[in-house]
Design a protein around this ligand. Structure first.
Ligand code: SAM
Length: 190
């Protein structure tokens, strides 16, 4: 990471921590993510525990993994207070410092501004990551092939969600703007 990238991430944290919108905002779920998580459950099995750092007010994992222990964590006090006001359990904390005793089965890294290497210590070996590339999480994981086995990018085959082949996934990633949501799946192997 360059200093410029660090500054951009710090700016995004500060921007997120300012707004008063959290006083009235409601937690929400996302239809696309619901489909992504349904695919995960079907393909890799229901995770025992799910860790979602940088959740903000997105509670889709709570609905999609009803029998899993879901840890929502955000550094933004206002977001965490809004979740709690609405009856959702969440931790106010910094993903860079969150090191649970019991490691998680699934890590969600979507638009978080958290570097992958700062969140993956909380994932057990054999556990999975779902990431996008808004803040480079997918790129960072692809740079560590000995630690993270790339399972592919989610696409559609015959109208159904499926993982693209490794080659096709890399082609699509290379030619697609990183700010377009491509969901990448990895397994931690070391
Ligand atoms: C752009 S929002 C993304 C929210 C949600 N993941 C989504 O996709 O809609 C980024 C969130 O990450 C949080 N965040 C940034 N750095 C963090 C850190 N080091 N630890 C925990 N949360 C962090 C911010 O407070 C913010 O709520």
């Amino acid at each position: 990471m360059t200093n410029e990238e660090d500054a951009r991430i710090a700016n995004s944290i500060r921007a997120s921590m300012r707004g008063d919108c959290y006083l009235t905002a409601k937690p929400s779920t996302c239809k696309t993510l619901t489909e992504v998580y349904e695919f995960f459950n079907r393909t890799f099995g229901t995770p025992g525990s799910v860790y979602y750092p940088g959740c903000d007010l997105d509670i889709t994992p709570i609905a999609s993994f009803p029998s899993s222990k879901v840890i929502l964590l955000d550094i933004n006090k206002k977001a965490v207070e809004a979740l709690k006001r609405n009856g959702i359990e969440a931790i106010e904390g910094d993903a860079r410092a969150y090191r649970p005793k019991d490691l998680h089965d699934l890590l969600i890294l979507l638009n978080s501004g958290i570097k992958s290497k700062d969140a993956t210590p909380a994932l057990k070996i054999g556990g999975y990551v779902i990431s996008n590339d808004w803040h480079g999480n997918t790129t960072q994981l692809l740079e560590c092939p000995h630690e993270f086995d790339f399972k592919g990018i989610l696409g559609k085959k015959d109208g159904l969600l499926d993982l693209m082949s490794d080659q096709r996934s890399r082609q699509v990633l290379a030619k697609t703007n990183p700010f377009f949501n491509l969901y990448a799946f990895f397994q931690k192997i070391q």
